[in-house]
Design a protein. Structure first.
Length: 118
């Protein structure tokens, strides 16, 4: 899955992000303020980093994404947005991901039923 994520970012997201040089903002389309693009993908950005930093995705995914200058700059700004930090619940997201990965690796018929929300 890591290769697919990197390929999607490299082929579809990074080319549409502003370059480092020039006037204009860091956000999608060179905007100075957050756009709908950042709002829609903030959760994806946060999860990719969380999963790569905690062994759910290979750590190389983060390294490869960070190697893309446009992505690194843009994703860093997205991760620093106050609205994102205030609504991001890292422990819950990590717990849910670990539970789902565990279920995916559990033989059929041996799944544990978990009641509650994450």
């Amino acid at each position: 899955m890591g290769d697919e994520i990197v390929a999607a970012v490299e082929g579809h997201i990074a080319p549409r992000l502003p370059e480092m040089a020039g006037d204009g903002g860091v956000f999608f389309g060179g905007m100075e303020k957050v756009t709908l693009a950042e709002v829609m993908v903030a959760g994806f950005v946060m999860r990719v980093y969380l999963y790569a930093e905690n062994g759910i995705l290979p750590g190389s995914v983060k390294d490869r994404l960070e190697g893309m200058e446009r992505w690194r700059r843009w994703a860093g700004e997205v991760r620093r947005l106050e609205a994102v930090k205030e609504t991001w619940f890292e422990e819950e997201a990590l717990g849910l991901a670990r539970m789902l990965v565990g279920r995916a690796n559990t033989p059929k018929g041996q799944e544990e039923v978990v009641v509650g929300s994450c």
